[in-house]
Write a protein that binds this ligand. Structure first.
Ligand SMILES: NC(=O)c1ccc[n+]([C@@H]2O[C@H](COP(=O)([O-])OP(=O)(O)OC[C@H]3O[C@@H](n4cnc5c(N)ncnc54)[C@H](O)[C@@H]3O)[C@@H](O)[C@H]2O)c1
Length: 352
């Protein structure tokens, strides 16, 4: 599988860690930093270390979890960079899931007005989605990704063996973005996913999923148009994720929340954008077969709406959606009313 060419960099798939090692040797950076969380330090750092051989690096470790993807942890990273003497010819290797690739990308893109960074994603979600496309950022006061930059990495290195140590739940979370890529862009990919479980995902499917994300972001790097289709399921999904982070003892993972968003927004797609009833039923079945039901309570609706109103994608106070017209095709900039949004949440409750 040849490297996927992105905006200004390549996404390496085969012998990727060796490719990273060659890249570092060629570029002669003054200092190399590796950002990990305590899980990727245990499960992923040894393979990276082996591939890097004698290349020296300083390690920066953060506590895992979405609740730590915030400016305080970022300050911690900047402080470590300063303490270790990072200059503008330094590079940061972000070795981890989407929290690490988003926050590490943000920390690197702002430190001394920007140092180079590469992404080495270690979860399914970060491999097929978060590491490609140049969006970096942190959350603030439970609003997801509200502070951030568009900065492209120097390269992305996909090593699918990292997924072997990922929990079933995390794998299923990332799988939501693979489903999304089929729903918005490639009906044959969606077909291939029927009847398989996340554990059965082949490298070919992961590769195709990355290709789709990449094709979309290349066409529209700054999300002025087509890139908005990647937000299918995310307007409602992000609100549910933020709500769950604040209120639930065991909060939903990103992909679990987005999967709820798929059902709600597929409902809106049928109502507003021509998605056929049978296709809506197919989507609901796929999600229900894969994800456990979430107890959504009507009392949460006003809070969910408030969170949606803060969404970066809105225009003049209206809540914006990307909605399917059929499986494999998606429109964007569709504004739904509060009543329609509540109806879609009711629909999720009625399905679960
Ligand atoms: N930038 C983008 O375009 C984009 C797109 C989608 C999602 N995201 C962001 O991605 C984040 C979610 O990413 P995620 O689901 O990867 O979460 P995550 O980074 O929190 O990783 C999930 C868990 O898995 C652990 N882990 C990581 N790799 C492992 C491995 N190989 N083996 C064992 N454990 C491992 C982590 O320590 C963590 O506990 C969210 O913050 C979301 O906003 C960003």
């Amino acid at each position: 599988m040849k490297p996927i060419e992105s905006i200004s960099y390549s996404v390496f798939f085969e012998n990727s860690l060796k490719e990273l090692s060659s890249f570092l040797i060629n570029k002669k950076y003054s200092k190399v930093f590796v950002l990990v969380d305590s899980n990727t330090e245990i499960h992923c750092l040894p393979a990276l270390q082996e591939a890097l051989g004698s290349i020296e690096f300083d390690l920066i470790e953060v506590t895992p979890g979405e609740e730590n993807k915030n400016i305080d942890f970022c300050i911690g990273i900047w402080r470590m960079l300063l303490d270790f003497g990072a200059d503008r010819n330094s590079i940061m290797i972000n070795l981890g899931g989407g929290v690490i690739t988003d926050m590490g990308g943000f920390a690197a893109s702002t430190f001394k007005r920007g140092i180079d960074f590469v992404q080495v994603p270690t979860t399914l979600l970060s491999q097929v989605d978060a590491s490609v496309g140049g969006k970096t950022g942190v959350d603030m006061e439970n609003v997801k990704n509200i502070i951030g930059t568009f900065t492209q990495p120097k390269a992305v290195y996909i090593h699918t063996q990292f997924l072997n140590t990922l929990s079933d739940r995390e794998l299923r979370s990332g799988y939501a973005e693979v489903i999304k890529h089929g729903l918005i862009y490639d009906s044959s990919l969606f077909e291939k996913l029927k009847g398989i479980v996340p554990k059965d995902l082949s490298d070919e499917i992961i590769y195709r999923s990355i290709e789709i994300k990449n094709e979309v972001v290349i066409t529209d790097p700054f999300e002025k148009g087509l890139r908005k289709i990647l937000n299918f399921g995310h307007t409602i999904g992000h609100a549910i994720e933020s709500y769950s982070l604040k209120h639930d003892k065991s909060p939903l993972l990103h992909g679990e929340a987005i999967a709820i968003g798929f059902i709600c927004e597929a409902f809106l797609s049928e109502k507003r954008n021509g998605l056929k009833k049978e296709e809506l039923a197919e989507i609901v079945k796929t999600i229900k077969d894969t994800y456990p039901a979430y107890k959504l309570n009507k009392t949460s609706y006003p809070d969910l709406l408030d969170i949606m109103k803060n969404d970066k994608k809105n225009n003049a106070g209206q809540i914006s959606f990307s909605l399917l017209s059929e499986i494999g095709k998606c429109g964007y900039d569709i504004y739904c009313t509060e009543e329609e949004i509540f109806e879609s949440l009711d629909y999720y409750i009625s399905c679960s």
